[in-house]
Design a protein around this ligand. Structure first.
Ligand code: SAM
Length: 218
């Protein structure tokens, strides 16, 4: 199957996001800022509309594109917290939030997610929708705190699990630099799919994504 043709075909059935979201997408591409792909965006839209989460957490803001996209879909009393550590991106995200989040639904937490997540656990915060989209090699390190933050029945989405296809390859076929991420991503997928507290599906959408739901323990 020709992936590019399929993308063109799917475009026929894709809901257009608000104009400013389309402009941000264009800008991110021009400035080479990594943002979610359109297939990933479709899955987020579907899940948010169906699940109607009130408390969303995103790990990896970049310039705020996916945060603003999700914010548009939240129920009236829903809110979104997003974490970013790179100063330049934080500045741009803040500008975008002040321009397009006049309702004040988005809270940007600055810092390394490994620390920020711990702080949220200490504050006994709870989220019913968590979108993991930061450094792929760190997902596994974040998981313990993410599990504490995820409410029962809550959904955890992890993006870029294929790591541009590398994750499929033998460990020896990927470059040394990518080998650590390769191993960690496989361990992360193992952790998600074998965790008795989670029901997980791996999807070949965008650069690969997982959807996990936290079960109540009987
Ligand atoms: N979710 C964004 C979107 O689609 O609009 C894209 C996020 S981009 C793929 C990943 C972002 O995560 C980068 O801006 C990067 O600086 C940030 N990041 C990576 N590791 C992080 C960490 N440990 N803590 C906080 N942010 C991190």
């Amino acid at each position: 199957m020709d992936r590019e043709r399929m993308e063109v075909f799917l475009e026929l059935f894709r809901e257009e996001p608000p104009i400013y979201i389309q402009e941000l997408e264009k800008r991110a591409k021009e400035e080479e800022v990594p943002i979610i792909r359109r297939g990933t965006r479709d899955v987020l839209r579907y899940l948010i509309r169906v699940k109607r989460p009130l408390r969303v957490l995103e790990v990896g803001t970049a310039i705020g594109y996916s945060a603003l996209f999700m914010k548009e879909l939240l129920p009236k009393d829903g809110n979104l917290t997003t974490i970013e550590k790179v100063q330049g991106r934080i500045m741009t995200a803040k500008e975008n939030f002040s321009a397009y989040d006049q309702e004040g639904k988005i809270t940007l937490l600055e810092g390394d997610a490994s620390e920020v997540l711990k702080q949220l656990v200490t504050e006994k915060k709870s989220f019913d929708f968590i979108f993991m989209d930061a450094a792929k090699g760190q997902y596994l390190n974040f998981l313990q705190d993410v599990m504490k933050l995820l409410a029962i029945g809550g959904v955890l989405i992890s993006d870029n699990i294929f790591h541009e296809g590398d994750v499929l390859e033998s460990r020896y076929a990927v470059t040394r630099r990518d080998r650590t991420i390769h191993g960690r991503m496989r361990e992360y997928l193992e952790a998600l799919t074998t965790n008795p507290e989670l029901e997980t599906i791996c999807l070949d959408v965008g650069d690969g994504m997982t959807i996990s739901t936290k079960r109540g323990m009987e």
